[in-house]
Write a protein that binds this ligand. Structure first.
Ligand code: PSV
Ligand code: MN
Length: 427
């Protein structure tokens, strides 16, 4: 018996216990929505269609430069990780796809596809990794990858990205996310322009290898691991690169990859306005790329981002939503469930915004009413609606309660080897 087999009984049992209270809360919310002219069924369908991909690497305990403290039953490899992703989806029914990271997730597309099919999960964008050296690698990425001065190193990084596309094509992915750690730690260390020129040349070679129905996402990041300059430091450079590459290239916004006070929702709006918003890496932060759980620090910002997501979708944008977090002090499965729910909550709240009232307030320069119109949607407790969407899809009314009741973690801990905490975490 697999640990996944523990879930149906836990879901059924905990759902039965919560059924009465849930029905009453849902009725109250539906009545409130009706008074506002909103149809709960139509909202449910939209919320159900909103899904976020789970990053394979997010199922393991992360860490900082200081330490990593793995918990019991850590996934020992990609197949354990996929089991955990399937557990998350069965509980919350919001995460049908997994985003893989190579070479962390091996190089065996047939086995990955087989496992995914067996678990009933699909694969979202694949992520390349040229920010780390592999044991058998000919050329080091210590001083860069796609922008390295040495053509041999650049070619090696290009070949890795093309291999990611091949693996992705074999498992049903439709996008490649490229994030590079290239940059500098000292003023003068590199020529900004020469470095970007080399990066662009490499990116063009990768772009040329994309299947016709694929997209390539460029992900900007203000700092880390390079601390003076990074090659794709902001959305402006990401936009320039995506524009230079062509229609299949779009920008991916990792919410944590900005300075603390930056207006991220406005960046989202700008990219969407020019057709270059490709998708998201959801997480939350207080200071920098903290990779905290989505909605844990600033749920209002997440809501404002979702408000822009809805506007972009209304104009036809096809966005790839993914979580990119590091779980250092929590059970990663619990954090991923909570984050998927938070993303859906913010999306559902954004669906409640009275867009006519907002437009009217904007046109009449009524700043306070505009703000209150957004706040009215944000203040609405949509949890009963989210729970009902999960229940109707076979998931748990309260996925965290059901997960803990299932004993899934304890069961996998008996089968999986104890994970060593040695070394810092990479996130
Ligand atoms: C870099 O910080 C990043 O956000 C990129 O998406 C990586 O591929 C990912 O984190 C995982 O480490
Ligand atoms: Mn990211």
């Amino acid at each position: 018996m697999s640990a996944l087999d523990l879930l149906p009984e836990a879901i059924a049992g905990t759902n039965a216990e919560a059924a009465d209270a849930h029905a009453r809360d849902l009725d109250a919310l539906a009545a409130k929505l009706e008074r506002k002219g909103l149809d709960a069924d139509a909202l449910k369908a939209k919320v159900a269609a909103f899904t976020v991909a789970i990053p394979s690497w997010g199922t393991g305990t992360g860490g900082t430069r200081f330490a990593r403290f793995p918990g019991p039953g850590e996934p020992a490899g990609i197949f354990d990780k996929l089991d955990d992703c399937a557990a998350i989806h069965r509980l919350c029914r919001a995460t049908p796809d997994v985003s893989l990271h190579f070479p962390w997730d091996g190089d065996d597309p047939a086995a990955l596809k087989q496992k995914g099919d067996a678990l009933g999960i699909g694969f979202d964008a694949v992520n390349s990794n040229t920010f780390q050296d592999q044991p058998d690698q000919a050329h080091s990425y210590k001083h860069g990858s796609l922008s390295h001065q040495s053509k041999a190193t650049r070619d090696q990084a290009i070949a890795h990205n093309i291999r990611c596309i091949e693996i992705g094509a074999a498992i049903g992915s439709k996008a490649l996310t490229v994030w590079v750690g290239d940059g500098t730690n000292f003023p003068g260390q590199q020529d900004f322009t020469g470095q970007l020129d080399r990066y662009l040349e490499s990116a063009k070679a990768i772009y040329a290898a994309l299947p016709s129905d694929w997209r390539m996402f460029t992900e900007h990041k203000i700092y880390e691991p390079a601390f003076y300059s990074t090659i794709v430091q902001d959305w402006g450079t990401s936009y320039l690169i995506a524009t230079e590459l062509g229609d299949k290239a779009q920008c991916l916004v990792d919410l944590g990859h900005h300075a603390p006070t930056v207006n991220v929702e406005m960046i989202v709006a700008r990219l969407a306005a020019f057709g270059k918003l490709g998708g998201f890496h959801f997480n939350d932060s207080k200071y920098g790329d903290d990779d905290l759980d989505s909605g844990a620090i600033d749920p209002y910002r997440l809501f404002l981002v979702m408000n822009e997501v809805l506007r972009a979708e209304a104009k036809g944008a096809n966005l790839a939503h993914m979580i990119d977090q590091s779980h250092n002090v929590t059970d990663p499965i619990e954090s991923l469930i909570a984050s998927a729910n938070e993303a859906r909550r913010a999306y559902a709240q954004a669906l409640l915004v009275d867009q006519d009232a907002l437009r009217h307030a904007q046109e009449s320069n009524d700043a306070l009413l505009a703000s209150e119109t957004l706040k009215a949607a944000f203040r609405t407790d949509v949890e009963p609606l989210l729970a009902e969407v999960r229940r109707e899809a076979g998931g748990a009314l309260d996925p965290l309660v059901a997960y803990r009741a299932s004993g899934y973690r304890q069961a996998v801990a008996k089968e999986r080897p104890v994970s060593s905490g040695a070394g810092g975490g990479i996130v």
